[in-house]
Design a protein around this ligand. Structure first.
Ligand SMILES: NC(=O)C1=CN([C@@H]2O[C@H](COP(=O)(O)OP(=O)(O)OC[C@H]3O[C@@H](n4cnc5c(N)ncnc54)[C@H](OP(=O)(O)O)[C@@H]3O)[C@@H](O)[C@H]2O)C=CC1
Ligand SMILES: O=C(O)C1=N[C@H](C(=O)O)C[C@H](O)C1
Length: 233
């Protein structure tokens, strides 16, 4: 595949390495300085950039017939609008807050646990995410997806950052610690015990490999898909 990388930071570089190892070609590297780029020379674009550029770059791909795998977080309030533009252009799109196999299994586990806890009102839910200090958004996209999984399956109606004692919201604590690739945990605490589930990424390799696998899966397809489709979960 001829891949355009949108964003050539920590993730862009990790994706380049894995894509080359798997026999793909990087034909474009797009960053904030890029001007007059002809994206249509690529078979697919992989976007890991910044929240305020993602929507424009992604929809530009759809308008030029290039499918997109996007991992950028912090812009997803415009996701439905991007989906509409993808469908209008008969494009291909996968956006995921986390491309690693492990986290996608963790998402399933989180949904299942939330279902089991639905009627157990003695337990208080809380979440924590820990990332490196260069991260622009908080809470992480992965934490928001986990919270959405809990909201879908319990009486909680929202999530909130750094709150205590809330009836309807899931409290999320976001910590920033040098060099941490991404750690997420969900806890259910009662006076008797605590149930914790936790995912710890040891590097960015899982995110990058998942994004390249998603691109290989999407390249000749039309439609809007998720990592559940890619992984058959
Ligand atoms: N879904 C997933 O599995 C994962 C998602 N992420 C998400 O991916 C995103 C990128 O993360 P990461 O690589 O660590 O961040 P980096 O800051 O290392 O990389 C972002 C890159 O985007 C570039 N950029 C800035 N403006 C534009 C623009 N207008 N067009 C294109 N590129 C631009 C930056 O360039 P410059 O430095 O010159 O400003 C930088 O090279 C984040 O939103 C992060 O949350 C991260 C890991 C996994
Ligand atoms: O910015 C990061 O680094 C990460 N971002 C994603 C997120 O916001 O969930 C995924 C991963 O945790 C790393």
């Amino acid at each position: 595949m001829k891949i355009a990388l949108i964003g050539y930071g920590r993730m862009g570089k990790a994706i380049e390495k894995i894509a080359l190892e798997r026999g793909h070609e990087i034909v474009l590297k797009i960053d904030v300085e890029s001007k007059d780029i002809d994206i249509s020379t690529a078979d697919i674009a992989i976007d890991f950039s910044v929240p305020n550029s993602a929507f424009g770059n992604i929809t530009n791909c759809f308008e030029n017939g290039v499918p997109v795998v996007s991992g950028t977080t912090g812009w997803l309030d415009k996701y439905e609008e991007a989906v509409e533009i993808c469908n209008l252009n008969k494009g291909g799109f996968i956006s995921a807050t986390n491309f690693s196999l492990g986290v996608n299994i963790f998402f399933e586990l989180n949904d299942r646990l939330a279902k089991m806890m639905t009627n157990l009102s003695d337990y208080n839910i809380s979440m924590e995410e820990i990332h490196h200090t260069k991260k622009l958004d908080a809470p992480s996209g992965t934490a928001i997806t986990l919270a959405e999984g809990i909201i879908k399956n319990t009486s909680k109606s929202n999530w909130a950052l750094d709150v205590t004692n809330t009836e309807n919201e899931i409290p999320i604590v976001a910590k920033r610690v040098p060099d941490v690739p991404g750690t997420h945990s969900v806890s259910y605490t009662s006076s008797i015990d605590t149930i914790d589930i936790k995912h710890t990424a040891h590097s960015r390799q899982g995110f990058a490999l998942g994004a390249v696998v998603a691109a290989e899966w999407l390249v000749n397809k039309e439609g809007v898909f998720t990592m559940k489709d890619v992984l058959g979960l």
